[in-house]
Design a protein around this ligand. Structure first.
Ligand code: SF4
Length: 321
């Protein structure tokens, strides 16, 4: 499904320094191999540097967060009266209004502008406050896009967080496509059905709750239900799937093959699911065998399941979890 490189690629916004652009305060960059190489074939990146955009030159005096970690100010490290808080927040709102077609955002960590969390906030005595804050620009941007998958580049080194983030990015892209094609009660119900096993891996309770939400739609306007559905879906997918929940889904998938494959084949499937559960092999191993059998014994309901291919196979995201 995702192997077609001619299909429109989802757009992801990214801190420009992560793409290798020399926009940092010292004229350097923070090129990320993930953004500039690994993901480059699959996404169209929109690089943004809020500090340069608001007119701070390169090189420039670095800024830092000061004051209340809940509502910090961004000021110059040398000239503390140089306060760019409002300019960064305004630019965040402006870009959030303009970038309505992105499916995710990868931010640079620790930055007083772009950091999503754990950014140092300095007190008047010069020491960092006990509680950390959020970058001013990132905070303003995210407030306008609460369902958008967002992550910091550093955290994406973690294979589980990386796989989770990209699963959400593709879910977001699929939702945008659904909305562009026109929402109907039927389209919503079919969308939910396709996410059954994906949701079971992330949050089985939410699969049921969301099913009930759509079931109670009656004759209501699907446009009224859709935002609530999507918000809950994205929140559920944010919860990382675990070895236990994946194992549960694999068992459900293997159930479809019960009548179709031989006893030896079933034993092999169970053996690999067990090995995955114990952490001996990654998720791709039992899934590849299951997909092999499903190709020979296709099931129309399973064929449309997002869980079987939530992101391009060549990204190898399931080889590392
Ligand atoms: S972290 Fe954000 S503000 Fe700082 S250089 Fe990178 S893109 Fe620009």
């Amino acid at each position: 499904m995702h192997s077609d490189l001619t299909a429109p690629r989802p757009k992801i916004a990214v801190s420009a320094c992560l793409m290798g652009q020399p926009v940092r305060y010292n004229g350097g960059h923070k090129q990320s191999t993930l953004c500039s190489q690994t993901l480059a074939d699959y996404f169209d990146f929109v690089p943004l540097c809020p500090e340069v955009a608001i007119g701070l030159g390169t090189p420039r005096e670095p800024i830092r967060l000061v004051g209340d970690p809940q509502a910090p100010r961004a000021v110059g490290t040398v000239h503390g009266d140089n306060d760019v808080t409002q300019a960064l927040a305004d630019y965040g709102q402006q870009m959030a209004g303009q970038l309505t077609d992105i499916c995710g955002y990868i931010f640079m960590q620790k930055s007083p502008s772009c950091g999503l969390a754990r950014v140092k906030v300095y007190q008047s005595n010069g020491a960092p406050a006990e509680h950390a804050g959020r970058g001013i620009y990132a905070q303003a941007f995210c407030a306008r896009h609460p369902d958008l998958p967002v992550e910091e580049d550093g955290r994406l080194n973690d294979p589980v967080l990386r796989e989770n983030f990209l699963t959400r990015v593709f879910a977001y892209a699929a939702w945008q496509q659904l909305c562009a094609q026109g929402l109907s009660r039927r389209a919503l119900t079919e969308f939910h059905a396709r996410y059954k096993y994906q949701l079971m891996a992330h949050n089985p309770e939410q699969y049921k709750t969301l099913g009930k939400l759509l079931g109670s739609m009656g004759k209501a306007d699907p446009h009224a239900v859709a935002p609530r559905y999507f918000r809950a879906l994205m929140a559920a997918l944010k919860q990382c799937a675990t070895r236990r929940t994946h194992t549960n889904v694999l068992q459900h998938l293997s159930g479809y093959l019960k009548q179709a494959i031989s006893r030896d084949d079933k034993r092999e499937v169970q053996h690999l699911i067990g090995q995955y559960h114990q952490g001996i092999v990654p998720l791709v191993v039992p899934l590849t065998l299951l997909k092999h059998h499903l190709r020979h014994h296709p099931d129309p309901y399973l064929a449309q399941q997002v869980y079987l291919q939530p992101h391009p196979e060549n990204l190898s995201l399931r080889n590392a979890i």
